[in-house]
Design a protein around this ligand. Structure first.
Ligand code: NAG
Ligand code: NAG
Ligand code: NAG
Ligand code: NAG
Length: 227
């Protein structure tokens, strides 16, 4: 362990944007490209999301996808379902998208820094007004990550979240990352209060949620269109 950490440190690039390659502790291959879980239906890029009008294209099945460029940009697309132990029929679906820059940290962890234009749609099966879109701007820390060479599936990326819990292992979908333009794609301003409007049928209430990023005029008019 000590030796591999040392190796990692020695091989770690000076520039946080540079790509780490072929370090035994981490990589069978570089992390650059697009990675996708299980069914391979969830992929980053324009097939998943339209950031301008805050809409998603729902994939056939749930899954996650991450893309990384050689120059330090990332994009993540996630479609997840959460069950409810006390009410088994109350499933919540979450579509989540963000992009930004990533840094490899000297302790082997990786940090994803979002541009601020990420968002997610949350749909609950059982609760009133439980279909809504909100800004998603979380900085994500991954404690560690590794790429194994699978005999049948090729390179597989394993990432471990800030609390050590694993992300579903992902296959290497393409070496060229499938991504939207690596810049902020919608006007967003600094965090303050924003009206979060439910998009369920009927006349939904407007809820004011603190801590969610305020959004510019563009998003404001989009929310109006969605209402
Ligand atoms: C959002 O934008 C996409 C891509 O331009 C378009 O195909 C889709 O119909 C739009 N959806 C809405 C609800 O405006
Ligand atoms: C699970 O369902 C109960 C109602 O049966 C609800 O009170 C609770 O908030 C739900 N939990 C989640 C995480 O959705
Ligand atoms: C590893 O480095 C990151 C970034 O500096 C830091 O946030 C994280 O807490 C560190 N993890 C451990 C286990 O020290
Ligand atoms: C997104 O989060 C970053 C880091 O916490 C923050 O600096 C930035 O202002 C946030 N952007 C928006 C639009 O909320």
């Amino acid at each position: 362990m000590l030796l591999s950490s040392l190796t990692f440190l020695l091989l770690a690039p000076i520039s946080a944007l540079a790509q780490i390659t072929y370090d035994q502790a981490h990589n069978a291959t570089p992390i650059v490209g697009t990675w996708t879980s299980g069914s391979r239906h969830v992929l980053t890029g324009p097939g998943f999301v339209n950031p301008l009008n805050l809409t998603f294209v729902y994939p056939q099945t749930t899954g996650v996808s991450y893309s990384f460029t050689e120059t330090g940009f990332y994009e993540v697309a996630r479609y997840r379902m959460y069950g409810n132990g006390s009410s088994p029929n109350c499933i919540t679906g979450v579509m989540n998208w963000a992009h930004g820059t990533y840094t490899h940290n000297s302790n082997g962890s990786m940090t994803l820094h979002p541009f601020g234009d990420g968002f997610q749609q949350i749909q609950g099966a059982c609760f009133a007004n439980s279909d809504f879109i909100e800004i998603y701007n979380d900085t994500e820390l991954y404690q560690s990550w590794q790429i194994f060479m699978d005999a049948t599936d090729g390179p597989k990326l394993h990432m471990f979240q800030f609390d050590g819990s694993p992300v579903t292992p992902m296959f290497h979908y393409s070496q060229t990352p499938l991504m939207l333009p690596t810049q902020q794609l919608r006007n967003v301003s600094s965090p303050t209060k924003v009206a979060k409007r439910a998009i369920t049928n009927g006349t939904p209430p407007i809820r004011h949620v603190a801590g969610i990023a305020a959004v510019g005029g563009l998003l404001g008019s989009v929310l109006l269109v969605l209402a």
